[in-house]
Design a protein around this ligand. Structure first.
Ligand SMILES: Cc1ncc(COP(=O)(O)O)c(C=O)c1O
Length: 389
């Protein structure tokens, strides 16, 4: 039994999430826990803590690359959890998935080219396009009553534009909670291959799969599709290790790897990040297997609470991630009014839907990776604020 109930106070530790809460509401009452940025308000696995302590006792923190034991840990994890075996030569070094996305956009597109996105989607995709001074072509997801879909007619039209060179896919999808099916992925991969659009496939949330759901990695698609994509993975979401800036990026096409390594990419990474990833994948699987039911229980609790007490709020089913996507448009507020209402009135610090691009306005993303009692407090505050309107 792991400790998923103790809250670690992150005030004044430099945590983005906690600092942002203070910025938005300098006089926020004591005891409020922010539920925004995607890291967990949960202690990390003791196997990682103990392993790092032991490592620090014995090592020197010099420039360091991956060891064979590291490669084996990552490869075996993907084999066990996702059913594919990344080859050692596929690894491309990058400190984090977002730096990888930025680097891949710069390699696979030129100055006047465009990048295809399917919003609402993780805001750093748009930021990475902007960082590279590229255009964005959006194909907004279709919002149905109880789930989202790719609008394939529109997607195909946009992918066929001659200036579109790269598509950034979020699989599973943050913030809408979807796991894309094998058929959907094949269709995406086929459209992109036919139109010479390179796929950056962000699978950072792929270990956080809810009970009863099944994740399908793009790495399982036929070889011809694999040769047209980069698969971005990391232990950071899974094991709450984001501060280590460690990721594993797989690029199966040797020509693509050559292009990346010619003038781009990184040499050595964070030495402790390598070790933490190895410890996570080799020794902390039981922790993850205990975490997932807790996240699912938190999801069910918040979904049930909203249904019963704030029925206007529509919750989209969260098949994966620990991020719940909720439609608050029934309140009839502008995005700024909604933000003000959440932060100043309900003292709820969530991620505002508008940061996820087209189709996000009026929604909120709630981070469920925290002790359940934190969510119970948050829901009470939300109900009181809504009742007072
Ligand atoms: C879809 C997605 N990709 C990437 C990241 C961040 O990746 P990294 O910290 O490895 O740069 C996040 C963090 O929330 C995310 O949700």
């Amino acid at each position: 039994m792991y400790d998923f109930t103790t809250l670690v106070d992150r005030t004044d530790t430099g945590s983005y999430k906690w600092d942002e809460m203070k910025r938005l509401c300098p006089d926020v009452p004591a005891g409020i826990v922010p539920l925004s940025v995607a890291d967990m308000e949960l202690k990390i696995a003791p196997e990682i803590v103990d392993g790092l302590k032991d490592y620090l006792d014995k090592t020197i923190l010099g420039y360091t690359g991956p060891t064979q034991a590291y490669y084996d840990a990552v490869i075996h994890w993907m084999e066990r959890r996702h059913g594919y075996s990344p080859r050692q030569e596929w690894f491309v070094t990058s400190p984090g998935v977002v730096p990888a996305i930025r680097m891949l956009i710069s390699v696979f597109s030129g100055k006047d080219d465009a990048i295809l996105l399917t919003p609402p989607v993780y805001g750093e995709f748009q930021a990475s396009v902007d960082y590279n001074d590229r255009k964005t072509v959006n194909s907004e997801l279709l919002r149905l009553d109880d789930h989202y879909e790719i609008d394939f007619d529109d997607f195909e039209k946009k992918a066929a534009r001659p200036d579109v060179k790269v598509y950034v896919l979020c699989n599973p999808a943050n913030p809408v909670g979807r796991i894309w099916t094998k058929e959907e992925l094949e269709r995406i991969a086929d459209i992109c291959l036919r139109n010479d659009v390179f796929i950056i496939d962000d699978e950072i949330h792929s270990d956080l799969i809810m009970p009863g759901e099944e994740f399908y990695s793009m790495a399982l698609l036929p070889e011809k599709y694999l040769m047209n994509c980069a698969i971005c993975t990391a232990p950071s979401k899974t094991f709450n290790l984001a501060g280590f800036e460690t990721s594993n990026i797989f690029v199966p096409n040797p020509e693509h790897r050559k292009a990346i390594r010619a003038g781009h990419g990184y040499k050595s990474l964070n030495i402790l990040g390598y070790k933490a990833c190895e410890l996570a994948y080799n020794k902390s699987e039981a922790w993850l297997d205990e975490l997932i039911p807790l996240i699912a229980a938190n999801r069910d609790y918040v979904t049930g609470f909203l249904k019963e007490n704030i029925p206007g709020a529509r919750v989209y089913p969260m098949q994966a991630t620990y991020l719940l996507w909720v439609d608050f448009r029934f309140l009839g507020m502008t995005p700024k009014e909604l933000e003000e209402f959440m932060t100043q009135k309900a003292h709820l610090f969530l991620d505002e839907g508008y940061i996820f691009g087209e189709g996000g306005e009026g929604f909120e993303r709630i981070n469920l990776a925290c002790p359940k009692w934190v969510l119970e407090d948050a829901m009470k505050r939300l109900k009181a604020a809504v009742d007072s309107l």
